[in-house]
Design a protein around this ligand. Structure first.
Ligand code: AMP
Ligand code: MG
Length: 345
């Protein structure tokens, strides 16, 4: 007899994407809908929490409806409602959490709470049958930069994280300095293709020989000084720079970030004797990072297997939420209707 499939409706509202998805058995994507708010935040050069929250309120119902329609399922075919309840902007998370609790109560379906960062890691495991352990996972996003030891999708141990800016945040801030459009990551990557990565020797902060933490604020400041002079008294030179000079700065900055991300991941993988390296989060969409990580893993002795999130599921989405929730469903890990959002994870 064919085994019943578990369909989970996942919701994600942690920052500036309102997303819903239906995923069967944790890996078959039946629908994925993402309403991005990039246009709303563009003119502020970053996410404005109040605007994000209001936009989530407007979009959450239509996004859920579309995800259900595209998946071709009704409420009777949904086995659980999953939601990312941490970490993120509390007033944004609360919209997804409230919607999920309401549906759970009205449809009589169990509620599953998912950590947004752990869900990013799940994006790298979507097509994976067998995870060779131990694994090191690097999650690089707009709000977080974390290294984990992964014993299973549900068992993660934090090895290190950023002590100041997240990698994606550094990309976004440097893009603002270089007067490139928001969001910075994809635009820096685009212009960096025309630049020379060795043009400017920006600092790489490694925080000591054994540290698995990250720091990107010094690098960001170095880019600022490079553009405005050491004492910040100089003219902002960006307007008078040639496109080539801006491309060189972008390429040199990107190389510095990637260098640090690779060195720390290598350090962590060596420390725990990793067999597999996982890479996820918005910055993992960066092709230069993906290629550099691939080379590092291939050259290691013995080589590490690299699993990278598909580009479509690097930035925030609800597929990763519904997929991770499947493992919680199988383990009987359900959340009460008193579930609250939490800024920290
Ligand atoms: P997330 O927080 O996971 O939704 O990811 C958003 C972050 O990823 C933002 O800070 C983006 O600037 C960054 N990002 C997206 N695409 C790229 C890219 N191609 N290169 C570098 N950073 C990127
Ligand atoms: Mg994210």
């Amino acid at each position: 007899m064919e085994q019943k499939r578990i369909n989970i409706l996942g919701l994600e509202t942690s920052c500036d994407e309102t997303a819903a998805a239906v995923v069967a058995d944790g890996r078959e994507v039946r629908s994925s809908v993402v309403a991005s708010q990039t246009k709303l935040h563009e003119k502020y050069g970053g996410v404005v929490p109040e605007i994000a929250s209001r936009a989530h309120l407007e979009k959450i119902y239509p996004v859920i409806t579309e995800a259900m329609e595209r998946a071709g399922v009704g409420r009777d075919q949904i086995d659980a409602i999953a939601v990312a309840n941490q970490p993120g902007l509390t007033i944004a998370l609360v919209v997804g959490v409230t919607a999920a609790k309401t549906l759970s109560f009205m449809w009589g379906k169990p509620l599953i709470a998912v950590n947004h960062l752990h869900a990013h890691l799940q994006s790298a495991l979507l097509s994976e049958e067998q995870l060779e352990l131990p694994a090191v996972a690097l999650i690089v996003s707009g709000g977080h930069t974390c290294l984990y030891e992964a014993d299973s999708p549900l068992e993660l141990r934090l090895l290190g994280s950023t002590i100041d800016d997240a990698a994606g945040e550094a990309f976004d801030k440097v893009a603002t300095i270089l007067k490139l459009p928001y969001p910075g990551g994809p635009n820096i990557e685009k212009i960096a293709r025309k630049g020379k990565a060795q043009a400017v020797d920006f600092p790489r902060s490694l925080l000591g020989r054994d540290s698995l933490d990250f720091s990107f604020s010094g690098l960001k400041t170095a880019v600022l000084y490079h553009c405005r002079g050491q004492d910040m008294q100089g003219q902002d030179r960006v307007d008078s720079m040639s496109e080539q000079e801006i491309a060189d700065i972008a390429a040199s900055f990107q190389a510095a970030v990637i260098d640090v991300l690779i060195k720390k991941t290598k350090r962590a993988a060596e420390k725990i004797g990793a067999k597999t390296v996982l890479l996820g989060g918005g910055v993992a969409a960066n092709s230069t990072l993906r290629e550099a990580m691939q080379q590092t893993c291939e050259r290691s002795k013995p080589p590490w297997r690299l699993l990278v999130a598909p580009k479509a599921y690097c930035t925030d989405n609800a597929v990763m939420v519904a997929s991770l929730a499947y493992h919680k469903h199988q383990a009987g890990l359900f959340a009460p209707l008193t579930l609250e959002p939490s800024a920290n994870g």
